[in-house]
Design a protein around this ligand. Structure first.
Ligand SMILES: O=C(O)CCC(=O)C(=O)O
Length: 349
C-alpha cells in the first residue's frame, strides 16, 4: 500500500497530497537536490493519522551517497572486541535488555546485532548481515547523518510541527538485512522516549524501497488520538549480564514497566479537540496499514501512534535512517534509558 492509499484507508475524503511540486534544494546549499516541500496537506495528515509521508524528501544522489556511506559503516564493523550486543525492543515481558555498550551509545556509532545472528556469544552469519542497527548517536558522531539531521529542510518541518525547543535524542540506521532482519512489534515511541507532557516524534527516511515483502512500516492511522501511554521502558539497577555485574558503575539494564495512563498531545495535534484521556481498548483497534514507500521518502511518526514492522523474509535489504526528537522544554527524566554523557545535553535542532 502506498502513502496515498494509507490516507484513503484512514479518511477517504481527504487523501494525503503526494503530488506536490518538486523544487530545488537551495535551502540546504545543494542546488542539484530536488525534494518535496512539507505542505499543509502533510501537516493535516500528521494531525489526523499520526503519520505523514513526504515522498522524494531525498534526491537520488543523496540516497546513493548515504547508501554508499552505510556500506562503509557495515564494512567497518569489527566483531573481534564487540560484546555481541543484540537488539530487542523489550516488548516481551521476559526481556531484560541493555548492557554497558548499549547505554554508552547515545553519542556514538555502535553496532547492534540481530538476535538470530548470535549463538553462544559467536556470530553465526556473515558480519554485514548480522547487523540489526547502527546507533544511537549518528546525529552527533557521523558527519553525513549529522548534516542530514540538522539540515534546513528538517528544521523547517520541526518548526511547522510547532516544537519550541526541538532536541534530537537518538538516531540510527536500521538495516533489516535480507532473510534475517527482525520484526519490530506494535509499539508507541513515547513508551521508549518519554517526556512529561509527551512530545516524541520520529523522522524515518527510506534509503531503499520499502514494501510489505521486505518489512515496511505499518501503522494504525489515528491511534495517537485514542491510545494513551500505559507502559514505559526504563533503566533498572539490576545488571543485565554477568560481565556488567562485575563493573562498579553498572547502570543495570532496561525493563518495561506499567505506569499510570498518560495522554497528552503536543502541537500541532493539540487542537484536535481531544483533551480527555481515552479509555484504553486494544480490542477495538483497527488493523495496521502498510506504508510502502520508495527510497527517499520521509515518514513522520507521531510518538503515540501505534506502529510496527515485520520480519524481512525477502532477499532484499531494507535500509532506513531514523532519528527522534522531543521538546526540550518538557521534563525528560533520568529513568529514560537514553542519557547523554555527563556535561552534555540532548542536541538542539
Ligand atoms: O524501521 C522499523 O522497522 C521500525 C522503526 C520504528 O518502529 C521506529 O522508528 O519507531
Amino acid at each position: 500500500m502506498t502513502a496515498d492509499t494509507l490516507a484513503a484507508a484512514a479518511t477517504p475524503t481527504t487523501p494525503i497530497n503526494t503530488s506536490i511540486t518538486a523544487r530545488a534544494g537551495a535551502k540546504d546549499g545543494n542546488k542539484n537536490a530536488v525534494y518535496h516541500e512539507f505542505s499543509d496537506s502533510h501537516l493535516q495528515a500528521f494531525k489526523r493519522d499520526g503519520c505523514a509521508v513526504i515522498t522524494n524528501f531525498l534526491s537520488a544522489d543523496e540516497i546513493a551517497s548515504l547508501r554508499a556511506h552505510i556500506s562503509t559503516l557495515l564494512d567497518a564493523f569489527d566483531p573481534t572486541d564487540h560484546p555481541m550486543t543484540t537488539f530487542a525492543t523489550g516488548m516481551r515481558d521476559d526481556q531484560h535488555i541493555g548492557d554497558q555498550y548499549f547505554f554508552d551509545s547515545s553519542d556514538k556509532t555502535h553496532y547492534f546485532l540481530e538476535e538470530d545472528a548470535v549463538a553462544n556469544g559467536q556470530l553465526v552469519v556473515d558480519t554485514r548481515r548480522a547487523i540489526n542497527k547502527i546507533g544511537h548517536g549518528l546525529h552527533i558522531d557521523d558527519p553525513a547523518f549529522n548534516a542530514l539531521t540538522h539540515s534546513e529542510r528538517v528544521r523547517h518541518i520541526v518548526r511547522e510541527l510547532g516544537y519550541e525547543d526541538p532536541r534530537v535524542l537518538q538516531s540510527m540506521v536500521i538495516c533489516k538485512q535480507p532473510k534475517i532482519g527482525g520484526a519490530v512489534p506494535l509499539h508507541q515511541d513515547s513508551t521508549f522516549l518519554f517526556t512529561r507532557p509527551l512530545s516524541a516524534c520520529g523522522f524515518w527516511i527510506a534509503l531503499e524501497d520499502c514494501t510489505l515483502t521486505n518489512g515496511c512500516l505499518e501503522v494504525i492511522p489515528g491511534s495517537h488520538l485514542s491510545t494513551p501511554i500505559t507502559r514505559r521502558f526504563v533503566r533498572t539497577r539490576r545488571p543485565s549480564s554477568a560481565a556488567d555485574a562485575e563493573k562498579a558503575d553498572t547502570p543495570g539494564g532496561n525493563e518495561m514497566i506499567d505506569i499510570e495512563s498518560v495522554f497528552s498531545l503536543f502541537p500541532p495535534v493539540r487542537d484536535s479537540g481531544k483533551t480527555e484521556p481515552p479509555v484504553p481498548n486494544s480490542d477495538a483497534l483497527p488493523e495496521c496499514i502498510p506504508i510502502e514507500v520508495k527510497a527517499g521518502a520521509l515518514v513522520l511518526i507521531h510518538g503515540q501512534v501505534l506502529h510496527r514492522s515485520s520480519h524481512n523474509h525477502s532477499d532484499k535489504s531494507r535500509w532506513i535512517y531514523t532519528f527522534h526528537i522531543v521538546d526540550g522544554t518538557y521534563d525528560y527524566d533520568e529513568r529514560n534509558w537514553l542519557q547523554m554523557p555527563a556535561g552534555t545535553q540532548l542536541t538542539k535542532l
